[in-house]
Design a protein around this ligand. Structure first.
Ligand SMILES: [Zn+2]
Length: 490
C-alpha cells in the first residue's frame, strides 16, 4: 500500500545507479544499510559536527521523534488519529518545539498546527513546509513526524545563528491534523482544507462511532461551520511554494546507499467501499444451491481485483483511451489492496447478510487508473449479478497523480547534495529521483501552489509498522538539507 517506486527510466538511463552500484559492490557487505551508511558517513565526521549542528539536527531531533512516538491513544503501540486525545497532546508538544525555534504558533479550525516566522518581509509570498502529525494504527515514529521535526530543527538552527529574522520571505511550518485518514476514511482533511479543496460535506463524515468531523473538532473546543472551513483556504497569491520531507516508505534509497532522494511525482489514488448484500440465513439449513452468500461473492470480487491489478494488460484490451505509455505505467505502478473487511452479523453459524470491504487503488497515470476502475466496476457488477447478490460500489476518495515542480525539485536536489557533501566531505553523485506510490499532503497542497518533496531513506523500506526506522545520521542529513534549502533560497 505504501510502496515507493523509482522512475525506472530515470534510474536506468543515469550513470548514478551504476556508479553507486560499483561503490556498493566494492564494500565488504554491499547489501546492508549499515555498510552503505558507513560509506556515506565516515568515522572522521566527528571533526565536522560542530559546524553541522549535530545537537539540534540529530540529537534533539531524534529525541523529539522518540518522545512524539510515545504519544499514543493505545497501550503498547502507536496510534494517533484525527482529533484524538493523543493527537491533542502531540500538538501541545510540537507547538512548544515550534515556539522554541522562534515561531509564532496557532491552531486553525481544522486542527492543523502552524508555526510561522515572517522574516524581513511579512508581505512576501510564504514558503510552507509541512507534513502530518496523525498516524496509522500500530505506526512507526517517523512517518509524518520526521517532516515536521526536521523543518522545526532547521529553523531552530537559523534562530541560534541569528538568521531567522533575516529570511527573505515568511516561512511557515504546518503539522497537518489528518493525512492517514484512519478515523474518517477520508484523507487530507488538514491539508485539503488549507488548499481549499475539502468539500464542506466533509464536516458531516462520521467515524465508526457516529461522531462527525465537526463533532470531533467541537469536542476539542474548535467550532467549525461551512463558512469557517471556506475561510481556511490560503490565498494562492500569498504562497510561494510547499515543501515536504518524508520517509521514503520504500527500499530504493537504502538499496542505492543514498540517504536522500528527490520526488518526481506522487501516484494518484482511489479509495472505494464495496457493499455486497445477500440473503442472511442458517448455516446448517440453507442448501448450497439456494444461497445468496455475500461472503463468497466478496471473495470472488477480491480475487478479481488482485488479478486485474497484477495483469492490467489482460483486462484492458478494449480500453480506447489507453496508449502504450498508459499501459506501461500501469504495468509498473498499479497497486491494489483490500485492507479492511467486515461482515454482518459476523457469527460462525450464520450465512452473512452483508459484507463490506475497502479497495485502495493507486497508479502514476490517471487515465490508466480511471480505465482500471471502469473495468473493475463492470466486472464486479457482473459477478454480483451472476451470484444474485446486490453490489454497491462507492468511491470514497480520489486524488489525481501529482508531478512535482521542476524548479523546486532542482533546488531540493541541490540542497540534498549540499547536505550530503557537508556530511561526508565530497560526493560525486546527485540525489536520485523517485516516484512515490504513497499519498502525501503535497498532493492536496498541489491544488494551492507548486510542490516539491524530499524522501529520506528508511530501513528495509518498511513503514506503517513499529519496525519503521531511520538512522540518526539520516535524520541529521535531512535536517541539514532543509537548512541548506532555507539558507540558499529563502
Ligand atoms: Zn506519511
Amino acid at each position: 500500500m505504501t510502496i515507493t517506486r523509482i522512475s525506472l527510466l530515470s534510474l536506468f538511463s543515469s550513470s548514478v545507479l551504476f556508479s553507486l552500484l560499483s561503490i556498493l559492490l566494492s564494500l565488504p557487505s554491499s547489501s546492508s544499510s549499515s555498510s552503505s551508511s558507513s560509506y556515506l558517513y565516515p568515522p572522521d565526521k566527528q571533526s565536522r559536527t560542530r559546524d553541522l549542528y549535530s545537537e539540534i539536527l540529530r540529537d534533539e531531533a531524534v529525541a523529539r521523534l522518540n518522545e512524539l512516538g510515545k504519544v499514543s491513544d493505545a497501550d503498547g503501540y502507536l496510534e494517533r488519529t484525527f482529533m484524538s486525545p493523543a493527537s491533542v497532546r502531540a500538538g501541545i508538544l510540537i507547538r512548544e518545539w515550534m515556539e522554541d525555534a522562534g515561531l509564532t504558533t496557532w491552531v486553525d479550525s481544522m486542527g492543523n498546527l502552524h508555526g510561522r516566522v515572517e522574516g524581513i518581509n511579512a508581505t512576501a509570498q510564504a514558503l510552507l513546509i509541512g507534513s502530518h502529525s496523525d498516524t496509522v494504527v500500530d505506526a512507526g515514529i517517523f512517518d509524518g513526524s520526521l517532516g515536521i521535526i526536521s523543518a522545526i530543527s532547521a529553523l531552530k538552527v537559523l534562530k541560534s545563528n541569528g538568521k531567522l529574522g533575516q529570511l527573505k520571505r515568511p516561512v511557515e511550518v504546518i503539522a497537518f491534523s489528518d493525512e492517514e485518514g484512519v478515523r474518517f476514511q477520508s484523507t487530507f482533511l488538514g491539508s485539503a482544507a488549507i488548499a481549499g479543496v475539502l468539500p464542506v460535506s466533509a464536516l458531516k463524515i462520521s467515524d465508526k462511532s457516529g461522531v462527525t468531523v465537526q463533532d470531533a473538532l467541537k469536542k476539542n473546543s474548535i467550532d467549525i461551520a461551512e463558512e469557517s472551513l471556506l475561510e481556511l483556504k490560503y490565498d494562492p497569491a500569498s504562497v510561494w511554494g510547499y515543501v515536504e520531507l518524508h520517509i521514503e516508505q520504500g527500499p530504493v534509497l537504502e538499496w542505492m546507499g543514498y540517504p536522500l532522494g528527490v520526488v518526481k511525482g506522487i501516484a494518484g489514488q482511489t479509495r472505494m467501499k464495496v457493499t455486497v448484500r445477500g440473503s442472511q440465513g442458517h448455516a446448517g439449513t440453507v442448501p448450497m444451491s439456494m444461497r445468496k452468500d455475500p461472503m463468497s461473492a466478496a471473495a470472488e470480487l477480491i480475487v478479481l481485483l488482485e488479478s486485474l491489478c497484477k495483469h492490467p494488460r489482460d483486462f484492458l484490451s478494449d480500453c480506447g483511451n489507453c496508449n502504450e505509455f498508459t499501459m506501461e505505467s500501469l504495468s509498473t505502478s498499479l497497486v491494489c489492496t483490500v485492507g479492511e473487511i467486515s461482515t454482518w452479523p459476523s457469527a460462525s453459524n450464520v450465512i452473512p447478510g452483508q459484507v463490506t470491504f475497502t479497495v485502495d487503488l493507486r497508479a502514476i497515470d490517471d487515465v490508466g487508473r480511471e480505465a482500471v476502475l471502469y473495468e473493475l466496476s463492470n466486472r464486479m457488477y457482473q459477478i454480483c449479478d451472476r451470484r444474485s447478490v446486490s453490489c454497491i460500489i462507492e468511491r470514497k476518495h480520489d486524488a489525481n497523480a501529482v508531478i512535482c515542480d521542476h524548479e523546486l525539485s532542482s533546488r531540493l536536489k541541490s540542497a540534498a547534495y549540499t547536505a550530503i557533501s557537508r556530511m561526508i566531505g565530497e560526493v560525486q553523485e546527485e540525489a536520485p529521483v523517485l516516484m512515490s506510490g504513497a499519498g502525501h499532503d503535497a498532493m492536496a497542497m498541489s491544488h494551492l501552489t507548486k510542490v516539491g518533496m524530499l524522501f529520506v531513506r528508511c530501513r528495509g523500506g518498511i513503514s506503517h509498522s513499529p519496525e519503521e526506522h531511520v538512522l540518526d545520521d539520516d535524520v541529521w542529513t535531512a535536517g541539514l538539507a532543509i537548512l541548506a534549502f532555507l539558507e540558499t533560497h529563502m
